[in-house]
Design a binder for this molecule. Structure first.
Ligand SMILES: *[C@@H]1O[C@H](CO)[C@@H](O)[C@H](O)[C@H]1NC(C)=O
Length: 224
């Protein structure tokens, strides 16, 4: 039975990857596809609060998914998404999303994104480049169920349903996820690459992930 299970997971490509220290590295998504993505792993099945932070670099002006967490019940259980309009991003929790307008939307520059939410208040907020958005209401129910987290695509079904017109092209780094709302000070520190606590759900310095399709890893390009 154990043998069968191992074979099955190898065939399905869901064998557990060892955590890697990704400090100073970035994922490169070099082309538009409806397949290429990074899948991140967590064993957590119940979250009453979330903060996700990441940095991204792109020249896209169309829609794209950056961070897409699905459960079998909700494809957008926690999603940070670039909307068609310039400067508009949406955050969804348990499929309840809102648009945040007039945000920084700089292309060909690194931008930092942090999204926070807590079920207790049902409130969420988006921070772009360390600047807070209006606070908006969303789900007061915990995110629960087995979670599939995807970078570089937007899940329209649990682990799939990718749309090439929503694929991310560019680079991404410093992906962290916490099971609490990060303080405004820590979010601003994240933006400035100062000190902040590493994610306790996803930690860039100890990241379990699996690459599917054309995604590359390289050192971040530092200024001389
Ligand atoms: C929701 O999440 C919080 C924090 O993790 C937890 O204490 C609470 O028991 C959860 N509620 C339900 C209904 O699962």
């Amino acid at each position: 039975m154990v043998f069968v299970c191992i074979c099955l997971s190898l065939m399905l490509g869901i064998s557990a990857a060892l955590p890697q220290d990704m400090s100073g590295k970035m994922f490169i998504f070099p082309q538009e596809t409806n397949t290429a993505h990074v899948r991140l792993t967590t064993s957590r099945q119940n979250l009453g609060a979330v903060t996700v932070c990441l940095r991204a670099f792109t020249d896209l002006s169309r829609t794209y998914g950056t961070f897409s967490l699905s459960t079998p019940t909700f494809d957008n259980d926690f999603l940070i998404f670039k909307e068609p309009q310039s400067g508009e991003f949406s955050v969804s929790v348990r499929n309840a999303g809102h648009i945040f307008s007039n945000q920084d939307d700089k292309r060909n520059e690194w931008q930092s994104f942090c999204a926070t939410w807590a079920a207790a208040s049902g409130l969420m907020q988006l921070w772009v480049n360390g600047k807070p958005s209006s606070i908006k209401s969303t789900s007061t129910l915990n995110i629960s169920g087995p979670m599939i987290i995807v970078l570089g695509q937007d899940q329209d079904s649990h682990g799939g349903g990718f749309n090439i017109a929503q694929s991310f092209v560019g680079m991404m780094t410093d992906v962290h996820m916490w099971d609490y709302v990060l303080t405004p000070c820590h979010i601003q520190n994240y933006n400035h690459k100062f000190t902040y606590p590493a994610g306790n759900i996803l930690n860039w310095k100890s990241l379990e992930f699996q690459i599917i399709g054309s995604v590359h890893i390289q050192k971040e390009q530092e200024q001389c």
